[in-house]
Design a protein around this ligand. Structure first.
Ligand SMILES: Cc1cc2nc3c(=O)[nH]c(=O)nc-3n(C[C@H](O)[C@H](O)[C@H](O)COP(=O)(O)OP(=O)(O)OC[C@H]3O[C@@H](n4cnc5c(N)ncnc54)[C@H](O)[C@@H]3O)c2cc1C
Length: 558
């Protein structure tokens, strides 16, 4: 069997309670197969099962299991019965004394035994190796490639399973999904000692099992940085969307010690876009994931530190330092700060929607859920570009896509090119003048009540999937008392802080705030979080670059 470079990962496991016999079997196996296979030895059924569970979580294939028949605590047959549950494809051999051949023959049917081997097996060239060669050939005929990526065992209607998948996908951590109903999903759960009530189970490539992990835990285990390397920086950027990533690239490339702190996954809203068609330099469009991946690599190349799954909950002014506090109470500080926190999806205010979020009701996770919508009827709520993009993307796999739009047409809210594509797609239909009045379902979305705002009539429709794109709002409450915002929470900067030429209260410098500067000197805003911003990828990236330029100016003068 061809093995990847490094020590062999495919395992031959042998279990015998007599240490001398156990060592002898292992020695003979190593002599012939040691270069291509890893030989694992155990001296009881229980410890062999433990080893198999660990191998399962690590994703290492097991080709052959050899068990002694007479073991005191657990017989070879009892052991093999349980071992099959973990590795159903492994070939099975029972080691027996002559007197036990009757039992061994019976076991052929009970546990689907491949072979029984009489002790002693001397010389192995005649009695052991030919048997093993045949079994290994049979085993190799099937595909047993090792799955060296993170594995997620979850359920389609488990909200935390959906959130974990989205978190991994948006952070570009490769993973393989197993439903908890599938045999392999059940085997992984059993190997981790779980019964499927706590989902999802995440198994990292090194075999660590995490049950329903929080984002920060998960991030740290899959190799994403979550802890700052220093406690003081020239520039602290809060938010890892296009504005934050743009600022990180320019800040780090211009020599500022830069850290970017992202609550969830880099990319922000743009990371959730299936195709951005109007970003300069990409005439054929670019997916948000691609753009994010390039931007993140570019920022890292210039030396920016990127922390994921860390939420900022406070900003304090400590003399010349700007102190940024995390949700767990810890803090870092910087000479300058760029707030690039963007906006978050507005929640649908309809009875049932909150309870079913992640269980059929989704906000902006159309990309990760698309595969599961194959051949299904899908509802999308909203009439803006994000809803149009999601409809086109889902129409590739769904049976039908219904756009539920409050207004009379799409024209007022969606770009012309998208309206045309939506109208040309046969799978997409538009229900204008319609709102979702309620979402129904016990554990998952089952039906929606749709109300026609013109006639006032309501209709109950079957629905398992609803994606909501009804606008967004800034989540800036944590800046209350420090940074001035408008009535909707967008952050005021530059000229907007001094509408009639009056400087904001408490402003002590003899110059007015710079264009993207807040009422706190040295704290800037870029992108969608800024009042009166353009809500476009290009403008967010541009503002990120401009905020860095202004941060330099601030540093030179302070
Ligand atoms: C589906 C969709 C499709 C779109 N398509 C296009 C398009 O085709 N063309 C176009 O020009 N624009 C498009 N847009 C709009 C565009 O994506 C946004 O204008 C752009 O992403 C704004 O960038 P931003 O960096 O200001 O904010 P965001 O992208 O919103 O990023 C803000 C980031 O800050 C993080 N954050 C927030 N608060 C905190 C905190 N307290 N601590 C740490 N991190 C925090 C968030 O998790 C988020 O990652 C689309 C938007 C969506 C949703």
């Amino acid at each position: 069997m061809a093995q990847a470079a490094g020590p062999p990962r495919t395992v031959l496991i042998t279990v015998d309670d007599d240490p001398a016999v156990s060592r002898a079997v292992a020695r003979d196996l190593r002599r012939r197969y040691g270069e291509s296979y890893r030989v694992v030895r155990a001296e009881s059924g229980e410890s062999a099962l433990e080893a198999l569970r660990e191998l399962k979580l690590r994703g290492d294939p097991v080709a052959v299991i050899i068990a002694d028949y007479r073991m005191p605590a657990m017989s070879g047959i009892e052991f093999l019965e349980q071992a099959i549950d973990i590795y159903p494809d492994a070939r099975r051999v029972l080691l027996t004394a002559y007197a036990d051949t009757g039992a061994a023959i019976d076991a052929i049917n009970v546990i689907d035994l491949d072979h029984y081997l009489l002790k002693p097996w001397e010389p192995p060239e005649e009695k052991l190796y030919p048997v093993l060669d045949d079994l290994l050939e049979v085993w190799r005929a099937a595909d047993h490639r090792r799955v060296a990526v993170t594995k997620v065992v979850g359920h389609r209607w488990s909200a935390r399973s959906s959130a974990v998948r989205e978190f991994l996908a948006r952070n570009e951590v490769p993973y393989r999904w197993y439903s908890s109903d599938d045999p392999e999903g059940r085997r992984l759960l059993a190997a981790a000692g779980e019964d499927g009530r706590r989902l999802p189970l995440v198994v990292t490539p090194d075999g660590t099992a995490l049950v329903a992990p929080a984002d920060r835990d998960l991030a740290a285990r899959v190799g994403l940085a979550t802890t700052p390397a220093a406690d003081f920086y020239d520039l602290v950027i809060i938010g890892g969307g296009p504005a934050g990533l743009g600022a990180a690239v320019y800040g780090a490339s211009e020599g500022l010690r830069t850290v970017l702190v992202e609550r969830s996954a880099t990319g922000g809203q743009a990371g959730q876009s299936s195709r951005i068609e109007n970003y300069l330099g990409f005439p054929d469009g670019v997916s948000g994931a691609q753009l994010t991946d390039r931007a993140r690599r570019q920022a890292a190349k210039f030396g920016a530190e990127i922390l994921t799954a860390r939420e900022v909950t406070g900003l304090e002014v400590g003399g010349a330092a700007r102190v940024v506090r995390f949700a767990d109470g810890s803090a870092i500080a910087g000479h300058t700060v760029i707030l690039a926190t963007g906006v978050s999806y507005r929640q649908l205010d309809a009875p049932g929607a909150a309870e079913l979020t992640g269980c059929g009701v989704f906000y902006g996770s159309a990309l990760t859920e698309a595969a599961a919508c194959q051949g299904q009827d899908v509802y999308i709520v909203g009439g803006a570009n994000s809803a149009g993009q999601a409809a086109l993307y889902l129409a590739r796999s769904a049976k039908s896509v219904t756009l539920v739009v409050r207004g009379p047409t799409l024209a007022a809210t969606m770009s012309h090119y998208l309206v045309q594509q939506v109208e040309e797609a046969p799978e997409i239909s538009v229900r204008a003048n319609t709102v979702v009045e309620a979402a129904h379902g016990e554990h998952q979305l089952e039906r929606l009540t749709l109300r026609d705002t013109e006639s006032g009539g309501s209709e109950l429709v079957d629905a398992q999937w609803m994606f909501v794109f009804i606008g967004a709002a800034p989540r800036t409450d944590w800046l209350e008392g420090t940074v001035l915002r408008d009535s909707r929470g967008f952050i005021l900067t530059g000229p907007d802080l001094a509408p009639e030429g009056r400087l904001p209260a408490g402003w002590e410098l003899d110059r007015p705030p710079y264009h993207l500067e807040t009422n706190v000197p040295g704290v800037f805003v870029a992108g969608d979080a800024r009042a009166e911003s353009a809500k476009r990828v290009a403008s967010a990236v541009g503002e990120g670059a401009m905020a860095v330029m202004l941060a330099h100016r601030y540093l030179e003068q302070s």
